[in-house]
Write a protein that binds this ligand. Sequence first.
Ligand SMILES: Nc1ncnc2c1ncn2[C@@H]1O[C@H](COP(=O)(O)OP(=O)(O)OP(=O)(O)O)[C@@H](O)[C@H]1O
Length: 925
Amino acid sequence: MSFLSRAFRSLRIMSILPNSSPAKILRPSQEVIPDSNDDCSQSDDEKKITSSDLAFTFSSDANASQSTAPKRALKTAGSGSSPSAKKTCLSPNGTSLDEVMDYLAWFVKECPQCTKQIKQTIRILQHHFGRPKQVSVPDSRGIKSSIPGLTTSFSSTSSTLVPPRANKRSVVLSAASDGVQTQIPDVAVGEGARAMEALLKEVDSSTKVGKSMPEIMKKASTQASMQASTQALTTKTTTPGMTKKASFVPGASLLPNSEMNSMNSGTFATLPAMFMRGIATSSSQNAKIELMTQKPSMWTEANEPIRKLDASGSRKKENAPSTKKVKTITLSEEQNAVIELARLGYNIFYTGSAGTGKSLLLKSLIKALRKQHSEGSVAVTASTGLAACNIGGMTLHSFAGIGLGNGDSAALLKKVKRQQRNRKRWKNLEVLIIDEISMIDGILFDKLDYIARHMKKKLEVPFGGIQLIVCGDFYQLPPVVKDREPVFAFESASWKRAIQFTIVLKKVFRQQGDKDFIRMLGEVRDGHVSEKTARKFKALERPLAERSGVIPAQLYPTRAQVNVANNAMLRRIRGHKVVFRSYDTGTMDDEGARDKLLGNFLAPKQIALKRGAQVMMVKNMDETLVNGSLGKVVDFIDPDTYSFYKRLNDSSQDVELHEIEDSLHKLEEKKAKGSTKQRELIANPDQLNDQLDDSIFSFMRNLDDGQHEIPESVRANMLAKKALLDKLFSSSKGLRMPLVRFVLSDGSTRDVLVEPETFSIEDEFERPIASRTQIPLILAWSLSIHKAQGQTLPLVKVDLKHVFEKGQAYVALSRATSRRGLEIRHFDPFKIHAHDRVVQFYKNLMDTDQAMALHKKLVAQERDAENAELMPPDALTTRMHDLQTATARADDFPDSVPDDVRSSMNVPPSIWRGIVHKERRDVAN
Ligand SMILES: Nc1ncnc2c1ncn2[C@@H]1O[C@H](COP(=O)(O)OP(=O)(O)OP(=O)(O)O)[C@@H](O)[C@H]1O
């Protein structure tokens, strides 16, 4: 018997029995086309499946109770045949192949973005378990597609594949080799599909190379960090003689090096159950995995995880739309390389096409550098207020204390020196971060260099030795200048002296599912659109269908056009207008200046909404609800009503009448103590709707639709609940927030009560100089291209007719995540241009691999330089000359300069310091 067959004999996949009666679960209808080879007549006790290189036994758990494993009826779409007429293959404990297939179908429907991985998983299973079977699966749009499935029933003595059938799910992994068992009682499906793909490949190949199970599991866990959850988890880790319980924070990731038996609070894995199976079935020698999984309850209409009340009975957390759980993303290798170089102290400019994760990387970089440097020494700035708000920083102008930046360098220096605050700022400054550099004028960049050198009293060193981290994309919006051609920052003299590494991020994340679209956008970026690409863009000149009543956000070149369009749309909707005013504060004394700063926030000072208004989320909330998510206001309700709303719309959650009554009493008691912040936000509570809109409750929709037969007692119960909810709703007047139905990237919807969030601009000491608390929404029938810069928009309409600026068309088009969600008007390839100087500049840039290689060379050179004293005088002079020349432009190098130095263009700060020190000493001598 091969080691693989022994390994698989030791695999056990057990069923976990439902601990509650099966809830009403929303399932896709599906068609299962029986394969003529589907061999149900084979023995259910044990079945050997062989392929050319594999021979193993896969068996079911004979101990599992048959009675508690209900056989679900499968709906055979189109055929009209009754479920019972359907041919099923049963394992001894009642698990049928069809149920497994049903599970897959459900998975495909509920997690369309995982389809590829599911198919791959199936292929792996198929490879191990037998012949193909075609299964027709309707996807989320109801379109049927065929996927190759499993052929055999899962039978024999020691394993059972368990389809999802209860409202609980649980995964237990145990690696027998070290006796560790980890139970993850709740598994969420999220993104992370790419990671899974890689993982599955690895798992597949590791069956051949015989990697140990703990190794695979560790890898799986690490990769699973790509996943983000919407739900808090509790995990039980059992080692022999010890049981450890750990609360897992959603969105946190399993530490790459964590041992399975030392999982800590904060570690987290969200592996879709099917992937777990892939892993389990492919595990190897000496490993025993028990995998138990059942269908989660979260895929209900509301698509919201249900949270229990905390000990104090507070529902704050429960009501919050998973707010603080920002999506956890694992940085790519190239993104990490930039952080590494930045931590080494280099002056860096990193760039990349739209959607390569520059902004996301910058946020991590800021954290890393703040950890490394003393308080107040890392300044986070951006060219525009909007960009500054996105990274929690301030504009470069206000940080530098240069006002509008007019006047010559000497005059600006005087202006800066006049204020003590500015003097202190510059004195403390060690790292200056500048985002959206494309909009900084090159002339201003030189002025800042002059100021920095003088403020730091290091006249010879670029920017006075302050480390520069600069990012942006010069193909996007250029500097705004009057009466002259813009000078890009990279064209300034100080840029050439200061920037040591220019790194290009290559991997595009925003449109990562559509390589051809990325290529097309690349042509727009370069300003050369081929005929073929133009045709493909033209094909997008078609009306985009509404998704769940949400129309694509229209991008306009000017703000005025946007306001007119949005207000006109709002006026068209009938109903009460609810105005939300922001709560503004901050350490900045001058209110006028503070207001001006706050004016840069996407969240407005005042926003008027109505039921039916189209809105956009302007903050990242969690894995599915992100800055850029579009939705529609369905009602204005208070958090207490919302908690019941969620539960009532989740068919698996039963709400007792007395629970609503209890809440009502509690609310009456604390009504008077309502949050000031929230009350202040609502300008005209009197105008709020008095009654809840019945249509927002799915159970109310069924009540009188004539299609559902509802027993009188159930009807009475529903009406009683509705009456109580109305009462609860009206007694909580004044605390109502917009309930928004967001359309997610996979086309499904998610209802969320949007509560106020705080946005702030911090100084270099991370103190909020200005902050705004406001609901994180803006009207979103229309947006300006300017506001859209930096956004990721799943549903967008771009009119290129009035585009006037180079790069503007690129910014607008590259906001879309897919062609499916992009509508174009007036596409004209001849109107798409890029600046020639930008094109030229980008021809000479390095990717991260080249940058790391260069770093190593420079370190070696630095070592040489340190040993310079030992060099003969001639060699020293040549070396010095090389290094100094290396700071000039590459094409200015004399032939004597070695190629590697020439290609580097610049040298690290330590070498700079060495040169300056040497020069001074030479002069002194
Ligand atoms: N390492 C990563 N893994 C997965 N997704 C990522 C990663 N990095 C970025 N993303 C996602 O890609 C999208 C684009 O990222 P981001 O906005 O940071 O790109 P950008 O380069 O700043 O784009 P732009 O130049 O258009 O402003 C976002 O949805 C972000 O969450």
